[in-house]
Design a binder for this molecule. Structure first.
Ligand SMILES: Cc1cc2nc3c(=O)[nH]c(=O)nc-3n(C[C@H](O)[C@H](O)[C@H](O)COP(=O)(O)OP(=O)(O)OC[C@H]3O[C@@H](n4cnc5c(N)ncnc54)[C@H](O)[C@@H]3O)c2cc1C
Length: 404
């Protein structure tokens, strides 16, 4: 058990400074261009891989930290640089988390490195849960996984919607229904290895924000994967299904929910990075810009906005750090992971909107970055559990009741 502390240790401070430098020198200068191009920023991810910011070692180092703070600290700096590029750098982490959370040690060793490739041959991963008719309601997935015993293969059919890195990833982790009657308890996760026949990219979505992150449909048409691609293995799945059939439910979290629970403080940290970027920019601007003979920060209406922005930002960071620490040291008891993601996401939307207001007409134009930050912030109240779903998780945790 590690002590909870608000001071970063020397390694964490050095890491923070190092990522900040990369965000200032490489990510920020590229942000506008990739937002306009609306394409995956391969050259930037490759640069991140060359310095060791994108890759297996980085993730292992961050995940190995007992305090839990290394990952949110790193993510805040990356997203301070830019959220679209940030998602391109961090998106593979969801696939890696899906494998680590549900796979055997052998599966983790085999597949997680393939989500990242090497600095000379960068690869990406995708975690495919959502479907056109099942986003928040992950228990209603229609994608089916059927076991072909004669060949020891699983056959996957269905369509996944809004998948980060979908169709361009090396490794796709797919959550599918093995026994649809059991809803969430009848699902399992599968690795679809690179180059598997039948997996293709459907439409690429054009988005409101995080445009440098690739989001697309993934179509699974008789995709056959070997038995060893079932994460956790067949014996464990059979036992789980048998228990679920006997008792109606297993008490075990469904695979998709397990992954999302673990990654919530990290998603909160993404939103926090955007909010801090907008606040810092607006603060500097408010000290320079004059109206009615004085810097606009001398008008209480503007100064109070900034006071409110930094208060919410600091509160978000405290919630994120607490949740990240708890995730490694005893676990959540009151929906603390959801609290951190919910509060930081709503804060990012509000703070970036206030930043536009403080910059006035300039803030509304694409010459200044605050309108981009506002667009980028909004996704955080939607993906990896909407704000409403986070409140549902918190409400259930505090009441012990199945609030609907
Ligand atoms: C850019 C982007 C990237 C994404 N990346 C991925 C990815 O990599 N992998 C992946 O699997 N998915 C991904 N998603 C999908 C994302 O997780 C879903 O969009 C999200 O979970 C919401 O689902 P939905 O869009 O179906 O909305 P719905 O579930 O239809 O919700 C619509 C509205 O109803 C509300 N609502 C629904 N149920 C309830 C309830 N019980 N109580 C109160 N309110 C409710 C919601 O909060 C929301 O406001 C991504 C989405 C986007 C836009």
């Amino acid at each position: 058990m590690s002590e909870f502390s608000l001071s970063l240790n020397d390694d964490q401070q050095q890491l923070k400074d190092w990522i900040h430098e990369f965000a200032v020198d490489v990510i920020r200068p590229a942000a506008h261009e990739w937002d306009e191009r609306e394409e995956f920023p391969w050259p930037i991810v490759q640069e991140a891989a060359k310095i060791g910011l994108y890759g297996l070692d980085f993730i292992m180092n961050a995940m190995g930290d007992a305090s839990g703070l290394t990952l949110p600290v790193a993510i805040e700096e990356i997203f301070w640089g830019d959220a679209g590029i940030g998602m391109a750098i961090m998106g593979s982490g969801l696939a890696a988390a899906g494998i680590s959370g549900n796979g055997t040690p052998e599966q983790v060793i085999e597949w997680v490195p393939q989500c990242y490739g090497t600095p000379d041959d960068v690869k990406i991963g995708a975690f495919c849960v959502s479907e056109p008719d099942a986003g928040s309601d992950v228990s209603s997935l229609r994608t089916r996984a059927v076991y072909d015993e004669a060949k020891d293969e699983w056959v996957l059919n269905g369509t996944k919607a809004w998948i980060t890195n979908g169709g361009i990833a090396n490794v796709h982790v797919v959550v599918a229904a093995v026994d649809p009657e059991l809803k969430g308890r009848g699902q399992a996760s599968f690795v679809v290895p690179p180059g598997t026949k039948g997996l293709s990219q459907g439409q690429k979505y054009l988005k409101h924000g995080i445009k440098a992150s690739h989001t697309a449909e993934v179509v699974l048409d008789d995709v056959r994967v070997p038995g060893r691609c079932l994460l956790g293995g067949k014996e464990k799945l059979d036992a789980k299904l048998a228990r679920a059939r006997e008792r109606g439910k297993t008490g075990e979290a469904q695979p998709a929910m397990k992954t999302f629970e673990a990654t919530r403080p990290a998603v909160g940290a993404q939103a926090l990075g955007i909010a801090r970027a907008a606040y810092e920019y607006a603060l500097d601007y408010a000290k320079e810009r004059k109206a009615f003979g004085k810097p606009i920060i001398m008008h209480q209406a503007i100064a109070f906005k900034l006071a409110n922005m930094i208060t919410r930002i600091d509160a978000s960071r405290l919630l994120i750090w607490r949740a990240a620490w708890l995730a490694r040291n005893g676990g959540f008891t009151n929906g603390e992971g959801s609290m951190s993601k919910y509060y930081a996401s709503e804060t990012a939307v509000r703070v970036t909107e206030e930043a536009i207001q403080i910059l006035g007409g300039y803030g509304y134009t694409r010459e200044y970055p605050v309108e981009r930050w506002h667009r980028d912030a909004k996704i955080h109240t939607i993906f990896e559990g909407t704000s409403e779903i986070q409140q549902l998780v918190i409400a259930r945790a505090i009441s012990g009741m199945r609030v609907e």
